[in-house]
Design a protein around this ligand. Structure first.
Ligand code: BJ8
Length: 425
């Protein structure tokens, strides 16, 4: 098995030495952050297994697919409509970009004052340490923030990249632009795969992705209960894996996990005491293996009950509305659904603070931690508005700005402990 993997990574032109260092570092981190948790649901065994072979089984499946003539399409943002990829019998893969490991590699080219997520993504490609990037036939970028836009230009020199234009406003004109972009993306995928996207195939793909969204909604709804039946870390991991696992299998595993959590709830069984402070995190996405903030929060006795982020509610809150089985209606429904993602790249973006207030109430959160990746100007600016809005609502907020390194862990822990003390009284 190990030798099979090495053979596969060699074929994918992975830098084996560097890659070994990356995987060897992941094991102890996963042990400390995940496997040391007490009272975990048995359903998390699947996710432990996935991380245990993170660059093995799934990559092998992608390679099999490619060997049979299929295509793999990599994405970095929840704006890319994956339904169109599935409908053309291609496989979408949400690329991770959550490790400090690839940051110094990227800094050889990118400006240092770029957010860690962008540097980590670019470093994976530049350093040839991510088999998912290497196994992709096309990377789909998007014009969300400036840093990403410019990084995609450089990435395009190393691998085929297509960039979707995401508008910056939510006006009718912007919606029209986006609708045109979704139509153009359909053409790109059809050309890449050589497969025509029919209404039937698209209907099936819409259903496939909606089912996964419903399973994630079910998981998140279970986190509203007190005591909460699953840790924030485990819920985050299940969400992160959804970005690259097979959608049908993922839905099954999520629902099996939820069946188990239903039983826990019925028995009043929680992972933290009833009175443990409940935290909602809002802000930048957290890609695998970025578990830093959750780990700090949950090792101080609090529990994370919700993430308002693209590795949280923004990923699955809205479904593509059911329509008649005709391409015109389906494409419109897809475009409309994606325009409801309240990314900080939009101006104005008043729906996001509304969402945070609503979620804080629904999840019985005692406080909100605003998570901002250093050098991310859009979220940093929105934090100011968020602070004012939450103050009005009487919801305590702590603003955190950090990166992927461990350098500030002690300082963050002190600030979070002080925040938890404050909200307990
Ligand atoms: S829809 S949040 S996944 S763009 S943190 S790279 S914004 S400088 S990740 Fe995002 Fe799509 Fe928006 Fe969601 Fe830029 Fe900020 Fe970095 Fe960011």
């Amino acid at each position: 098995m190990v030798n099979d993997n090495v053979q596969m990574w060699t074929e994918l032109n992975i830098d084996l030495k560097s890659h070994d260092t990356l995987l060897n570092a992941l094991g102890p981190i996963f042990q400390e952050v995940y496997l040391s948790q007490k009272n975990r649901p048995a359903g998390m065994g699947f996710y432990d297994f996935v991380v245990g072979d993170i660059h093995g089984i799934r990559v092998k499946e992608l390679r099999e697919h490619a060997k049979n003539g299929g295509k793999v399409v990599a994405t970095y943002c929840v704006f890319v409509p994956e339904e169109l990829v599935w409908a053309a019998d291609a496989i979408p893969v949400g690329l991770c970009a959550g490790t400090q490991f690839s940051v110094p590699i990227a800094e050889e080219v990118l400006p240092r004052n770029t957010c860690a997520l962008i540097k980590s993504s670019f470093g994976f490609k530049l350093g040839r340490v991510c088999p998912y990037v290497q196994a992709s036939h096309l990377i789909v970028g998007e014009t969300t923030c400036d840093g990403k836009k410019k990084m995609f230009e450089m990435l395009g020199q190393l691998q085929p990249v297509y960039v979707m234009e995401v508008p910056n406003k939510k006006t009718e004109r912007s919606r029209e632009l986006w609708h045109g972009e979704v139509l153009a993306f359909k053409d790109v995928i059809e050309k890449l795969t050589g497969n025509k996207i029919t209404a039937k195939k698209l209907g099936e793909a819409i259903d496939l992705v909606n089912q996964r969204r419903l399973a994630l909604q079910r998981l998140y709804n279970l986190r509203k209960v007190r005591p909460v039946p699953i840790s924030g870390k485990d819920a985050l991991l299940a969400t992160q894996v959804s970005f690259y696992d097979d959608a049908q299998r993922d839905t099954q595993m999520l629902n099996a996990l939820c069946d188990e959590l239903d039983k826990r709830v019925a028995a009043g069984q929680g992972v933290a005491p009833k009175n443990a402070p409940r935290i909602l995190i809002s802000g930048s996405p957290m890609a695998i293996p970025n578990w830093k903030l959750h780990h700090i929060i949950e090792s101080t006795g609090a529990v994370v009950v919700c993430e308002e982020s693209c590795t949280g509610t923004r990923f699955f809150s809205d479904l593509v509305k059911p329509t008649e089985h005709n391409l015109v209606a389906q494409m419109k429904a897809i475009a409309d659904r994606y325009m409801n993602i309240h990314c900080a790249c939009f101006t104005p973006n008043d729906e996001r603070p509304d969402d945070v207030v609503r979620l804080a109430k629904e999840y019985q959160a005692d406080g909100v931690i605003h998570y901002n990746l250093q050098f991310c100007h859009t979220y940093a600016n929105e934090a100011v508005k968020m602070e004012k809005r939450l103050e009005k609502e009487g919801i305590p907020l702590l603003r955190i700005e950090t990166d992927y390194s461990d350098e500030d862990v002690g300082q963050l822990r002190t600030r979070i402990e002080a925040f938890l003390e404050m909200i307990k009284h």
